[in-house]
Write a protein that binds this ligand. Structure first.
Ligand code: SF4
Length: 389
């Protein structure tokens, strides 16, 4: 819902099976139908994710699952496994089929192969360099999609056995335990009980963890290269993360389309992308492999997601869904969608908090409450507190 409200033209849905988001808060079939209907009602497209790799034992269950979702009017379905392609065809699901980045498509011959197989859009491997995208574009009319922002893998477009090996959870079945983000120590062969700390920063080291992707500086180059769609990685991210990254890239793309002042607006976009939790950013992980592609700090956290307006707004009072405590008397920030290039974020003082009709000093996570601010607040506002270090 917030992705669409904050400017996404298309949203990806993972059901509770056969996608690469198994650990996330996925949707039931009813949720998926409601989500696709919400997108359609608000002019956005819905893409259904079926991009897990299939084992033989999965085939009957996939057939049943496809039968259950067949009548939902998705705008596209995304697959990785050629077997899944065959099963989608067999199911009669009548929508375009997109190919996931998991297939590691890096060249125009591979793109043409998938085009001939009936795929209308290819999400290129995350390792595809800009020059390669230009060459692919020169050879094919297929729709090209790339990741523009979010977490990366140290493995080839997520084809990785680390998680399965270290935790028994298979990344290629959507169950990655993210061991590349764990802290590691050094153990000398003959002293197995004496791990030695490796210090990169105050909490140890995460030598396998990659930086996060951020293409905001180079977006015009990728638009000029002929990319048709830009995807924000949002696995298990907050409403605030989804909304803020979406509005930044929506505004940046609209600025390019309208011929607006990109360089002038860049500092605002950079600041907002710095205010969502992230690892240090890179705009080209592939070319960092021989130098600085690994992170030297674990996470950058400069803003705390407090909650969002969830329901009634009456003047300066709004019902708020709370994710972190909000205190009476404090001043918090609200972000809202960027409309017509106008940024209308602002600071609001919390004048009063009502929980079940009783005035309280603090709005608590998970407890329904109404907050009265010092001035009217918008119905799609998301609240945050800047973290000072
Ligand atoms: S362990 Fe890390 S590199 Fe491997 S799939 Fe998971 S996130 Fe990607």
């Amino acid at each position: 819902m917030f992705a669409v409200r904050y400017g996404a033209h298309s949203v990806y849905f993972g059901g509770d099976s056969f996608n690469l988001r198994e650990g996330a808060d996925n949707f039931s079939i009813d949720d998926i139908a409601a989500g696709a209907a919400f997108c359609a009602a608000h002019g956005a497209k819905s893409t259904f994710l079926l991009n897990a790799f299939l084992h033989e034992a999965d085939v009957p269950a996939v057939r049943d699952y496809l039968a259950a979702v067949r009548d939902i009017p998705f705008d596209a379905v995304m697959i990785s496994d050629p077997g899944m392609l065959a099963l989608v065809r067999e199911s009669g699901l009548a929508c375009p089929i997109h190919l996931s980045t998991q297939m590691s498509t890096l060249n125009h011959l591979a793109v043409s192969f998938w085009e001939r197989a009936g795929i209308s859009r290819i999400v290129l491997a995350r390792e595809t360099a800009l020059e390669e995208i230009c060459m692919i574009r020169a050879h094919t009319a297929a729709e090209i999609e790339i990741f523009v922002h979010g977490a990366l893998c140290i493995a080839y477009s997520g084809r990785c056995l680390l998680s399965r090996y270290l935790s028994g959870r298979d990344a290629n079945q959507g169950a990655c335990a993210h061991p590349c983000r764990w802290n590691y120590s050094l153990v000398e062969e003959k002293r197995p009980g004496a791990p030695m700390d490796m210090i990169e920063y105050d909490r140890g080291t995460t030598i396998l963890s990659s930086k996060d992707l951020c293409l905001i500086e180079r977006l015009p180059e990728y638009v000029a290269a002929g990319v048709n769609a830009f995807k924000i990685e949002g696995r298990m991210k907050s409403v605030y993360y989804t909304a803020n990254t979406t509005r930044v890239y929506r505004h940046a793309l609209d600025t390019i389309i309208d011929g607006g002042p990109y360089e002038e607006r860049l500092p605002f976009w950079r600041r907002e992308l710095d205010l969502v939790n992230h690892r240090p950013y890179t705009d080209d992980l592939f070319h960092e492999f021989d130098s600085l592609g690994f992170v030297d700090v674990p996470y950058v956290k400069k803003a705390l997601f407090l909650g969002y307006v969830d329901g009634d707004v009456s003047g300066s009072a709004a019902s708020v869904r709370v994710f972190n405590p909000i205190h009476r008397g404090e001043s918090i920030e609200a972000i809202v969608p960027i409309r017509g290039h106008a940024v209308d974020d602002g600071r609001f003082v919390v004048d009063e908090i009502l929980e079940n009709g009783t005035i309280v000093d603090m709005a608590r996570p998970g407890k329904p409450c109404t907050i009265r601010f010092d001035r009217p607040v918008k119905s799609d506002a998301i609240f945050r507190r800047l973290i000072t270090t």
